[in-house]
Design a binder for this molecule. Structure first.
Ligand SMILES: Nc1ncnc2c1ncn2[C@@H]1O[C@H](COP(=O)(O)OP(=O)(O)OP(=O)(O)O)[C@@H](O)[C@H]1O
Ligand SMILES: [Mg+2]
Length: 247
């Protein structure tokens, strides 16, 4: 590990009963790096993200965030969760709160920010993701693409050290995919540390510093987007790419 490594997974293993879903996973994500994780369904991509954010426990190995091993529980865990944002396929917004409140609440309750400051920051972030005019609405009154941008603003409001995205555009109608990918691409350019599980290969080529290919719980190979997409080494990656790129 070097000083610039923000997230470090060392020999991480996770089993669900007999099913070994993460197998000796080693992964270092540097400060400011954008890592795109791809691989077939069931490869363990979501489990990996959830483990980094401690939404799942692991059976062996260690996960270190900014030099500190993940705490098991309690206040330290809540603090850590705030330091790593997570954006899911299903948005996970509070349905009975306004868009603005969705972005304000964590700041007030977890970071103990004064309400006025939290509101200011929320409005600024909603403007930044292009939905400043929707602040007073409820999530159900927004399109899927807009809701996902609220979820990104909410993650950013916590001043996270990194953001994990698990298939953030998979639930969206095709015409809304780009508005979310554009926000993510700007974040990447601005130096946010990001781990992104996606099937959007255009985004991977454009925004990733590194592509990590997983299959059956293992990191099979990893490389720069140009090298990976140009000439994947493993037979599994070749056949995966052949399948998704002909869609
Ligand atoms: N809570 C759970 N209990 C039991 N098995 C689980 C659980 N969550 C995931 N699994 C299994 O672990 C394996 C990895 O799942 P995971 O969701 O991480 O895959 P994935 O790569 O994200 O797949 P997808 O592309 O379909 O989202 C799968 O075989 C899945 O069935
Ligand atoms: Mg998944």
């Amino acid at each position: 590990m070097t000083e610039a490594d923000l997230i470090v997974l060392d020999q991480v293993n996770k089993r669900y009963g007999e099913h070994h879903v993460l197998r000796d996973v080693n992964l270092n994500v540097r400060q400011g790096e954008v890592v795109v994780i791809i691989g077939p369904s069931g490869a363990g991509k979501s489990t990996l993200c959830r483990a980094i954010n401690r939404l799942e426990t692991i059976d062996s190995g260690t996960i270190t965030l900014d030099g500190t091993p993940l705490p098991a529980e309690g206040k330290a865990l809540a603090k850590l969760r705030a330091e790593v944002g997570m954006v899911f396929q299903s948005f996970n917004l509070f349905a009975h709160k306004t868009v603005l409140d969705n972005v304000v609440l964590g700041q007030v309750h977890v970071l103990k920010r004064p309400k006025a400051e939290a509101v200011r920051k929320a409005q600024e972030l909603l403007d930044r993701v292009g939905i400043g005019g929707q602040a007073a609405k409820f999530p159900a009154q927004l399109s899927g693409g807009q809701q996902q941008r609220v979820a990104i603003a909410r993650a950013l409001a916590m001043d996270p050290k990194a953001i994990l995205f698990d298939e953030p555009t998979s639930a969206l109608d095709p015409e809304m995919v780009n508005e979310v990918l554009d926000v993510m691409t700007s974040l990447a350019r601005e130096g946010m540390t990001m781990v992104v599980v996606t099937h959007e290969m255009g985004f991977a080529r454009r925004a990733a510093d590194r592509v990590v290919f997983m299959a059956e719980g293992e990191i099979v190979e990893q490389n720069t987007p140009d090298a990976f997409f140009g000439a994947p080494n493993s037979e599994r990656a070749q056949s995966f790419l052949a399948k998704i790129l002909t869609h």
